[in-house]
Design a protein around this ligand. Structure first.
Ligand code: PMP
Length: 379
């Protein structure tokens, strides 16, 4: 019997109470109940963003909040440093290009994370750079970036640090206020256990000052409009009310667990998955792997695409494959959102069986045993 399970870095599994909430009749978005819902959700998001700053939301996927960051923070002829270590770092560059921003790229080979010294060098060389665009977890490679180190460089300069935490919010640590990160963007369908369709941004005062100066065109992605209406529990345009009801349930879960524990759980799940891959003799792709997902480099003789399709079509197990130049070469197993230790055991056991089925010789059960050792506290 096929049983569908998602181990992708978005969308991620949705808890049952959130699914049930979405089955309720749709409410009017100006009703007092929806006003209360929006206020509650925006308040609870602060806990996940680890900030006292207000969080705003847009009805879009995560890229909407990324584009909004460029359009709202920058002005014509501004320069930005863009860290490109995979598909999503590249996206920052593409958005900047679309808005005519001069990009100073830092190209990091895929699988690696940026060296903060390189950023420091460029900040010194180009003192007029307005913004550094970075990624917490580069989902296309599974690499984690040292955002705290980057914030230490930007917080003492007039340059803003804008972080794409689209996939890693709630899984990898990002202490917005303590570290002094200026802008964090994220979305609903990853660590927040909600379907795709909502994007979020949190800005500190430095960032709001830049918003005041910005003269780039914006309309639907206007952060100020979203922020000001959000304070009233309102919205400039019809929001995805259904998704907000699901998000409220998911946020209640994170609040109950506590964000520090939520991050600690993701850390444990990632550690177990990495340990399993080591026991199976399979190398990790990322040099500094994130808690969000684990990328595994496949041996040459394995056709990664065929493997992913087999697992999905025959067993209902969905892992993510490689993107762009990594297509067919890596498998990405996410342990993100509504995922616990038992789920990870399933992900690893299915992975082992799948490899054996396609004729690749691994010590069956070694990965599971290694993961169990981590969960048992023996590693
Ligand atoms: N940034 C990162 C790090 C991501 O993982 C993703 C989605 N995989 C995006 C941006 C884009 O988000 P969306 O597809 O929701 O627009």
């Amino acid at each position: 019997m096929k049983k569908d399970l998602l181990f992708t870095p978005g969308p991620t599994p949705i808890p049952p109470e959130a699914l049930l909430a979405m089955a309720q009749p749709i409410d009017y978005h100006r009703s007092s109940a929806t006003v209360a819902l929006i206020k509650d959700v925006l308040e609870k998001l602060k806990h996940v963003f680890q900030t006292e700053n207000d969080v705003l939301f847009l009805t879009s996927s995560g890229t909407g909040a990324m584009e909004g960051a460029v359009a709202n923070l920058l002005s014509r002829n501004d320069k930005a440093i863009v860290i490109r270590s995979g598909k999503f770092g590249e996206r920052w560059g593409e958005i900047c290009n679309a808005y005519g921003i001069e990009v100073i790229p830092i190209d990091v080979s895929w699988g690696n994370s940026v060296d903060p010294q390189t950023v420091e060098g460029l900040l010194t060389e180009h003192a007029d750079v307005r913004t550094v665009f970075a990624t917490l977890c580069e989902t296309s490679t599974g690499a984690l970036h040292d955002i705290e180190a980057l914030a230490n460089l930007t917080r003492i300069r007039p340059t803003l640090l804008v972080v794409d935490a689209v996939s890693a919010l709630g899984a990898d640590d990002l202490q917005m206020d303590t570290w002094g990160v200026d802008v964090v963007v994220s979305c609903s369908q990853k660590g927040l256990m909600t379907p795709p369709g909502l994007a979020f941004a949190a800005l500190n005062q430095r960032a709001w000052d830049a918003v005041e100066r910005s003269n780039l065109p914006k309309y639907y992605l206007d952060y100020r409009k979203a922020y000001e209406s959000g304070l009233e529990g309102s919205v400039p345009y019809t929001p995805a009310v259904t998704l907000l009801t699901a998000l409220q349930c998911a946020l209640n879960r994170i609040r109950k667990e506590g964000i520090r524990n939520t991050i600690a759980r993701h850390k444990r799940l990632a550690l177990a998955t990495r340990s399993a891959m080591k026991a199976l003799g399979l190398p990790l792709f990322a040099a500094s792997p994130a808690n969000t997902l684990t990328s595994i480099r496949l041996p040459e003789e394995i056709d990664g695409k065929a493997f992913i399709n087999l697992m999905r079509d025959t067993y209902g197990i969905t892992y993510a494959g490689g993107q762009s130049q990594l297509s067919g070469k890596i498998v990405r197993i996410a342990h993100l959102g509504w995922v616990n230790e038992n789920d990870v055991i399933v992900a690893i056991s299915a992975f082992e069986r799948g490899l054996v089925e396609i004729g690749y010789d691994i010590p069956l059960g070694a990965g599971i045993a290694a993961a169990q050792e981590v969960f048992n506290g023996n590693l």
